[in-house]
Design a protein around this ligand. Sequence first.
Ligand code: ATP
Ligand code: MG
Length: 341
Amino acid sequence: MPVDITEDMIIRNVVENYPQTAQVFQAHGLPCAACHIGASESVSQGARTHSLPVDALLKDLNHAANGEPLEGVKPRTKMPTGKGIPLQMAGDTKPKIRNIIAIMSGKGGVGKSLVTGLIAIALQRSGLKVGVLDGDITGPSIEQMFGVFGAPIKNETGIEALVTQHGIKIVSMNMFLPNRSDPVVWRGPMISSAIKQFYNDVDWGNLDYLLIDLPPGTSDAPMTVMQSLPLDGVVIVSSPQMLATTIVKKAIGMVNTLKGRIVGIVENMAFLRLPNGDRMEPFGSSNGADLVAMTSAPLLAQLPIDPAIASLCDRGRIEEYDSEEFTALAENFIKAVTIVR
Ligand SMILES: Nc1ncnc2c1ncn2[C@@H]1O[C@H](COP(=O)(O)OP(=O)(O)OP(=O)(O)O)[C@@H](O)[C@H]1O
Ligand SMILES: [Mg+2]
């Protein structure tokens, strides 16, 4: 009996039952297969969200599921690690950073630093070498979240990064201040220069991923990171509040203008889990589908407002965090960065 995929089937189920269809979804510019939305959206809803003709999609899905050649669409091939550069070539002793991903929002306080921390932990737990460059020069928060503090030490190859309990390398402006609470009163060019120095002068060693936590806004720090560093992708963080979403759209516009690649969207503070198990949405209902439609990038996760997160961040113990939504973020991020879009 030939397989018959219909438009009312849930995207995630289609991909789980017929893994070869993942490439078809990608090839049609519908990344929901690696997306949080795909867990609940049907093929026709996904096609509608991305303004795609459902008939052509269904035809290719059925061809792929039945092992027949695809007609119009060439599936994109996978790229296991960003630029695909081997960590070290024979005779080349210069350390390599394989993938650089910036975490950005436009809006302040939506959880960029938290998402940076969580993605770092997800990658480290899957056995990869990870560094975090705290690109928020005037309001750094990464070292507090990971609970590692210290002054810079210089070795023969550069400035040594701080290393967290689980081996993530971090560099933050606070390391360079006599007192951690001292303000950094700098204009844009100094901020840009500090970010470039963190990238160039720190002894990162070999890294699979360098994550860059960006400050809010669309000015100096994001511009420097996007124009001066070999960036592989950007993760956009938003919250359901319409005001946040509107500002986040400016950041998306900036990434598009500078020809960056959006790897995925994370919707933070999406809901609150009540003691009776109900979900409450204090900031309103999700705008994730809107952002997915705007970027064609997957919604990697919807994170709840979780007092455990705030408490672990304050105590420098974010590496202990775990939750169902964190697992979804980890799995979807890794899927999203291993597919060429
Ligand atoms: N889902 C969440 N549940 C509970 N607390 C959270 C959550 N997300 C973030 N927080 C807390 O909210 C505060 C702001 O988060 P975070 O610093 O990650 O935001 P940000 O976007 O990086 O802010 P900024 O724009 O200042 O850089 C932090 O104290 C963090 O611990
Ligand atoms: Mg921050």
